[in-house]
Design a protein around this ligand. Structure first.
Ligand code: CU
Length: 306
């Protein structure tokens, strides 16, 4: 009945169940009582309405019982919540960076991953930081959720108890592609984790193209993919040198995506809009990207062909 995906999930479920059951008892009880009194004490000919003032006994009952109930809710909530704020000191640490609109998992030493891979039955502490706006880090199956706020170092911890893939969501509306801000947790056995970690280490040693670094640091990749998937803007895959259909001055024309076109698109993005995309979504990068940055980007885009 209760989730056991993490060490804290069953505790959270029990508090929810407790609150829901109490709420249901009151909902049904009060509703039945209202209907009963409506019928039983309805207006009848010849009967005069009685007037009541106060009833000390009744007032004590309806004050004390709810107080006990909400204190119980607090108590069970606290029992489940308090351990969630006490990460064991030997927990494995991963830094989680939230930014518009993706999660980055930083394993230290320049090793980053787009998904969170963790070994089974090991305590994991996630240090949650935001690079821009408020985000919310939520793993529904584990029943863990914390705000990710710029300038504030938040954290969470848990022990995954089953092998499998679990969703990660962002729970704060953080802008245009908020709903795309998804990732996953992959819980694997120790052996597979070590293999994955070694691969990550190897990959981190291969230097990245300068242009890719510029694209990422400037935030271009939030709207333009490099793998062909369609986001807010056109993908960069097979982009450089291709023929583009654009709308300029309300007329459709064709252009070649060369250095000049890319420069125009970056500095006055609304002058030519790729067919099928919307105006006004991209700001001008006049003061952000210098000519030499553009050169690096173009060199990188040239490599994005199959
Ligand atoms: Cu977000």
């Amino acid at each position: 009945m209760f989730s056991e995906a993490s060490n804290v999930s069953a505790g959270v479920d029990k508090v929810f169940a407790f609150i829901i059951i109490i709420s249901l008892i009151f909902l049904i009880g009060i509703s039945v009582f209202i209907v009963y009194t409506l019928v039983r004490f309805r207006r009848k000919k010849g009967l005069k309405a009685m007037q009541f003032t106060d009833n000390i006994k009744l007032e004590i009952i309806w004050t004390v019982i709810p107080i006990i109930l909400v204190l119980l809710m607090f108590y069970y909530g606290w029992i489940a919540f308090a351990p969630m704020r006490k990460a064991p000191p030997d927990a494995m640490q991963v830094k989680v960076i939230g930014k518009m609109w993706e999660w980055i998992f930083d394993y230290g030493n320049g090793m980053t991953s787009k998904e969170l891979v963790i070994p089974l039955n090991k305590a994991v502490r996630l240090d949650l930081v935001s690079e821009d706006v408020n985000h919310g880090f939520f793993i529904p199956a584990f029943r863990v959720k914390e705000d990710v706020v710029p300038g504030y170092n938040n954290y969470m911890w848990f022990i995954p108890q089953y092998i499998g893939n679990y969703e990660i969501l962002c729970t704060q509306y953080c802008g245009l592609l908020h709903s795309n801000m998804m990732s996953k947790v992959r819980v694997v056995d120790q052996e597979e984790y070590e293999k994955w970690y070694a691969d990550l280490e190897k990959a981190s040693k291969i230097p990245e193209a300068e242009g890719l670094i510029v694209l990422r640091n400037t935030g271009c990749l939030a709207c333009h993919s490099i793998d062909g998937s369609k986001l807010v803007g056109p993908t960069f895959k097979d982009f450089y040198g291709s023929e583009r259909t654009v709308i300029a001055n309300n007329t459709e024309t064709k252009v070649i995506a060369d250095d000049a076109f890319i420069s125009r698109s970056v500095y006055s993005p609304d002058a030519e809009i790729a067919a099928g995309y919307n105006k006004g979504l991209m700001k001008s990068y006049t003061d952000v990207l210098k000519e030499e940055d553009l050169k690096k980007i173009n060199d990188y885009l040239k490599t994005l062909h199959e």
